[in-house]
Design a protein around this ligand. Structure first.
Ligand SMILES: Cc1ncc(C[n+]2csc(CCOP(=O)(O)OP(=O)(O)O)c2C)c(N)n1
Ligand SMILES: [Mg+2]
Length: 276
């Protein structure tokens, strides 16, 4: 199967899952604070496919917007739904909610809610274990001082890890331009970390995969969050939607994949909801 289609399959699973998550936030079936990653799916989808190709199962440190990471790296859908519904049968027994999903079988560590804490924790885990590690941070989380200290240590110890910055330009609703006059790519380079600004296009991400886990790497990936911070409603300003771009590029095969996942995930959600 071509790389592009394989990535689209994962992205389609994430997108269709999150569209329903969003629907059930609005209906009130999901009543906990929930963060959807609609628009940002191609980051974790591409990285997951690339890791699989390299036969690497990395340690994963995400933050609050983590459903797509969990699903891309093959976490079980039913268990995530139950977690979002606050059930003891959820992936973390209903205690983590949306924002702190962790799952040992996919090496995913739940976030504690302090933006950027997964930076030093992930670096520490990589330093101790020397296992390939991925730390996913938002463009706001990366502004925390402890993230920068951790980057310095990752560089000094030449750790096999990747900092993925999901740069959606927002800290809740405050744009980057208002918050800072620097870019994380330049900061990382000053720590002697190989670092790039790229878009969330699967091909652009693949081009950088030759550097994965050789030495510390930082990819600042520009992406668009389509919904508001807490995932329910669409943002008012229309934004470029990578999902539609890829769907159009791939054509009929993508339409079929999208339809199949839509139907499959609808069924799973309804079955879980019936149990309530
Ligand atoms: C240290 C800290 N400061 C502030 C907050 C409140 N807070 C929660 S999410 C968030 C924005 C995070 O933005 P970003 O890291 O870019 O991730 P995104 O929501 O855009 O995916 C903020 C400020 C927090 N949880 N922790
Ligand atoms: Mg952000």
């Amino acid at each position: 199967m071509s790389y592009r289609i394989e990535v689209f399959k994962k992205a389609s699973l994430c997108r269709n899952f999150e569209l329903l998550t969003s629907k059930y936030i609005t209906s009130g079936d999901i009543y906990i604070p929930t963060y959807t990653s609609i628009g940002q799916e191609f980051i974790s989808s591409s990285i997951s496919v690339l890791c699989k190709t390299k036969k690497i199962k990395p340690l994963l440190f995400g933050q609050h917007r983590c459903h797509s990471i969990y699903l891309s790296f093959e976490g079980k859908i039913e268990l995530l739904i139950d977690e979002l519904l606050g059930r003891s049968s959820g992936i973390n027994h209903g205690f983590s909610g949306s924002a702190s999903i962790g799952n040992k079988s996919i090496n995913m560590y739940g976030h504690d809610g302090l933006m950027g804490s997964n930076g030093p924790i992930g670096v520490g885990a990589c330093y101790a274990s020397k296992k390939p590690t991925i730390i996913f941070l938002g463009d706001a989380a990366v502004e925390e001082d402890y993230v920068l200290g951790a980057m310095g240590w990752a560089s000094k110890k030449n750790l096999p890890l990747i900092f993925i910055i999901e740069d959606n330009n927002f800290s809740i609703s405050t744009e980057k331009l208002v918050r800072r006059n620097w870019e994380i790519k330049d900061v990382a380079r000053s720590f002697k970390i190989r670092s790039y600004d790229i878009n969330d296009c699967p091909i652009e991400i693949k081009l950088k995969s030759k550097y994965f886990f050789q030495e510390p790497l930082l990819l600042n990936i520009f992406t668009n969050r389509i919904n508001e911070h807490r995932g329910g409603n669409k943002l008012k300003n229309e934004k470029k939607d990578r999902y539609l771009v890829e769907k159009n590029k791939i054509g009929m095969t993508a339409d079929k994949i999208d339809y199949t996942f839509k139907k499959m995930i609808e069924k799973i959600w309804l079955k879980r909801l019936e149990k309530q």
